[in-house]
Ligand binder design. Structure first.
Ligand code: ADP
Ligand code: AMP
Length: 206
């Protein structure tokens, strides 16, 4: 899943993973879990993640390499928030070749920067289930135990967008050249976006 922060990658990745029985791998979720549990990795990355920077490629690639070899990836995986740099993308191609696998599709969820700020300011996640909500666009149930991410404050959102445009957006052309990119209008409602994403994923499996 490619797209700016707040495009809906996590929202759509969960839907695709459930529908096709794939693992959902969110590098952001893995980093946040390690930060919460105060692991060695968590301590290494907390300042970077809180500031909206990118964790070094070696660390991130090693983590994904490990994760992709777990049992639940046998049927495939939806990668959400990875790769985010050209070096990560190259490493992923190599890694998948080693594992005898390859990328089927790169859904690029396109959303304007102005919309990203609105989306992330209103994003809330359920502390127990990890479900993603939005105060206005996808309201949480009453009484849910919600979290507002530290990096979802306006200043940090601007920094994350800058990182995205500098380091991640070049991957759009990279995957287009490989014939893997499928651009999707991410400004439609959630169910409209997922219908399109599911249709495009389905087409690669026919
Ligand atoms: P990402 O994983 O790309 O950062 P999320 O899936 O966490 O994005 O979505 C960011 C926020 O936008 C969440 O609050 C989510 O509920 C909301 N959202 C996701 N998709 C849409 C959509 N199509 N329309 C409106 N809000 C959306
Ligand atoms: P996300 O949950 O995808 O918004 O990611 C949250 C934060 O985790 C990012 O702002 C980065 O600090 C870090 N992160 C997640 N994925 C990566 C990645 N592939 N490369 C580097 N840093 C990442």
């Amino acid at each position: 899943m490619l797209g700016p922060p707040g495009a809906g990658k996590g929202t759509q990745a969960k839907i695709v993973a459930e529908k096709f029985d794939l693992a959902h791998i969110s590098t952001g979720d893995i980093f946040r879990d390690n930060i919460k549990r105060k692991t060695e990795l968590g301590k290494q990355v907390v300042a970077i993640v809180d500031a909206g920077g990118l964790v070094p490629d070696e660390l991130t690639v090693a983590l994904v390499k490990d994760r992709l070899q777990k049992d639940d990836c046998k049927n495939g995986a939806v990668l959400d928030g990875f790769p985010r740099t050209a070096d990560q993308a190259d490493a992923l191609t190599e890694l998948l070749a080693e594992l005898g696998s390859e990328i089927a599709i790169v859904p690029y969820i396109k959303v304007r920067d102005s919309e990203v700020v609105e989306r992330l300011s209103g994003r809330r996640t359920d502390k127990q289930t990890g479900k993603i909500y939005h105060l206005k666009y996808n309201p949480p149930p009453q009484g849910a135990d919600l979290e507002h991410r530290k990096d979802d404050q306006e200043d940090t959102i601007r920094d994350r967008l800058e990182e995205y445009h500098n380091k991640t957006a070049p991957l759009i052309a990279y995957y287009e050249q490989k014939g893997l990119l499928q651009e999707i209008d991410g400004e439609e409602q959630i169910d409209v976006v997922s219908a399109t994403v599911l249709r495009k994923v389905e087409a690669t499996r026919a």
